[in-house]
Design a protein. Sequence first.
Length: 249
Amino acid sequence: MTICFYTVVYLHVQSNLREREQGDRKLFFGGGGGCGPWWNKCPPTKYVADFGKYGKVVMKVKDEQFDMDINLKNIGVDFFGNTKEENGVVATSAFTDGIAFHLHSGQSYGIGAKPDGTKEFCGPSYTSGHYDSNLGCGGASTARIEGKCLDDDGEVVSADGYPFAEGVIAGGTGGCEVGDLSCVNNGKLFPSASGKVNADVTGPCPKCDDEYLDPNTSDKQGAFDTWYSIVFHDGLTGARILCANFRKV
């Protein structure tokens, strides 16, 4: 009987040790979940943007880095119907100029796609500009909208110089906006002939866990150092073609 008792205790302890090592279950000690620095097995924070019939984006954030799994579908040529004229030459984007993508400061009104009314759901009056906690200050930065893109003499810095070197922006770190995922070593995305986009992109996201705003909060607009949503843009014209809010899961 004694041997049996000790065997059960031993197996129970071993089982709970394995659970701690996996890092994604409740801890044996404390009973309330979470993780501690001494075993350093904290799981990443997971955020999901669900586009309904247009697919899903899953983003995991850990150690000031993001890993984003992008799976879009039903992306048609009608998303890219715009043209752009430069130096007298009219170009059409179709699928050729790809899709840019950014984290935005504000909340999208709902799932938005160009054929269903981009302006209503994805417009700047809802999603505001790019999440820009490091004051990269591109032309679409929420920090620029809020008047924070000033140089050391208090002058508004031209967006033509973006991204800026460190020290150019007063009080900031310069470089790409945190939310400009197309700028941070990722480039644009290109749909397949069947209208699908499948990509895994990674990069820095220094304060994303701290500066995420849940769509259920009262602040719908957000600020330059907060983020709600992801917006996909026509790579040629910059038109907003798809958007959705991230939910923390």
